[in-house]
Design a protein around this ligand. Structure first.
Ligand code: SR1
Ligand code: MG
Length: 395
């Protein structure tokens, strides 16, 4: 019974849901419906009534920006599940889930009126500094609370199993981030030619790099440490002043904690290269992100030392060294995943608008070359990078 909802279908659908109709208020015929689809995959509408507004996101049976690329509909189910799983820990940092329809694969959630997508806000230079501390807190909470460190493994296992079925979007990540950019002749790649031809040829012939990317594939697919967002780039974050929200959790899966942080940091590094006047700011954001992440994660682990439900054998004396070991391990993954994100956003399928900030074509080519070289270094050196200073030294 699935059908793609046109605006008038959506109006009738919402009018038939008493709690949503009441939230919107007034007569359904007066509701304003505006399409704001922006990402690659789904239809998104904002609906506003006389009392309030909602955001409606529906899966399409194909990639939105390429109808020939067929795609199962179930990504909306994983996004709804992700929102439900993390609401107890970071409910104030995500849009509130109001309704999910598992026939139409439709999510209805709080409308983030007045918020702006972080990537656009960075490109326009209007983001308020300090947003990364909020993202560090978000990941500190989600990484800890969805892991077996905070919960009985019997409670974690069913969630891990459920998200392992997010095949279509895990496949996108494996292909677009962790494979395609390193394959010669892959039709989904494209780049600024001829300026980048030599570097792309070098990346696609570099056996040591391919081995290192293979290790990242292995980490991504075989280290289910915690529930990840799965696509935490600056287009998956919205802000209004210092209120920062994470959206678009459809790529959710259990995986290595450093994946989300690596994608996030990779996008900040890319922005700093594309927009050199923001480079110092982006370095500060990365440092603040990491400080906030470590603070929350350490606090939570300490609070759970004597928690009856978990299987910890640590105490106040042994915890600090274990935390240091964890952070060093996370940073190695972060470095590698930041590196692959920088490369795929420069030569892969889904590229970024940050490069449009470059003043002219030579500046764009320089920024892209820098991104490819920094990305390559991060991937190759990842196993030696244990601190945020070590990561930033790769610049
Ligand atoms: C076909 S989807 C391409 C990209 O868009 C999403 O936002 C993810 O980043 C994915 O890799
Ligand atoms: Mg998205």
């Amino acid at each position: 019974d699935y059908r793609t909802l046109a605006p008038e279908d959506l109006r009738a659908y919402l009018a038939a849901q008493p709690s949503l109709a009441e939230k919107l208020g007034g007569s359904p015929s007066d509701w304003a419906i505006r399409e704001v689809s922006d990402g690659n995959l789904n239809n998104v509408y904002l609906v506003s009534g006389s009392f309030g507004g909602v955001c409606c996101k529906q899966s399409l049976p194909h990639v939105r920006v390429d109808p020939s690329w067929r795609m199962p509909l179930d990504r909306a189910a994983f996004e709804a599940r992700y929102l439900r799983c993390i609401t107890p820990y970071v409910g104030h940092q995500i849009p509130k889930l109001l309704h999910y329809d598992d026939v139409l694969f439709l999510i209805v959630m709080e409308s983030l009126t007045g918020y702006q997508v972080l990537r656009g806000a960075l490109n326009e230079g209007i983001a308020q500094p300090g947003f990364s501390a909020r993202i560090g807190e978000y990941l500190g909470h989600t990484a800890f609370h969805t892991s077996w460190l905070a919960r009985r493994f019997e409670d974690v296992a069913p969630e891990m199993a459920a998200f392992s079925h997010n095949h279509a979007l895990i496949r996108i990540t494996v292909d677009l981030i962790l494979t395609d950019p390193y394959r010669k002749g892959c039709s989904r790649n494209h780049w600024l030619a001829p300026e980048l031809d030599d570097l792309v040829e070098a990346l696609q012939s570099d056996k040591a790099l391919h081995v290192a990317v293979g290790h990242l594939q292995e980490r991504f697919l075989s280290a289910p440490e915690a529930l990840l967002h799965g696509d935490l780039h600056t287009g998956s974050i919205m802000l209004r002043g210092d209120d920062v929200r994470v959206i678009d959790g459809e790529f959710a899966l259990y995986g290595p904690v450093g994946f989300d942080a690596g994608l996030y940091i990779g996008n900040l590094l890319l922005h700093g290269l594309a927009c050199p006047e923001h480079a110092d700011w982006m370095r500060d954001e990365i440092i603040e992100f990491w400080r906030a992440y470590k603070t929350i994660y350490s606090e939570q682990r300490r609070a759970y030392l004597n928690h009856g439900d978990v299987q910890s054998l640590l105490d106040e004396n042994t915890l600090p060294r274990e935390l240091t070991r964890s952070f060093h391990g996370f940073m190695k993954d972060i470095a590698g995943f930041a590196g692959v994100e920088m490369i795929r956003r420069t030569i892969g399928y889904a590229q970024i608008s940050d490069y449009d900030r470059c003043v002219d074509r030579p500046a764009r080519a320089d920024a892209m070359r820098d991104a490819l070289q920094v990305g390559r270094s991060l991937i190759l050196e990842a196993r030696q990078i244990e601190t945020v200073e070590g990561l930033l030294a790769m610049l």
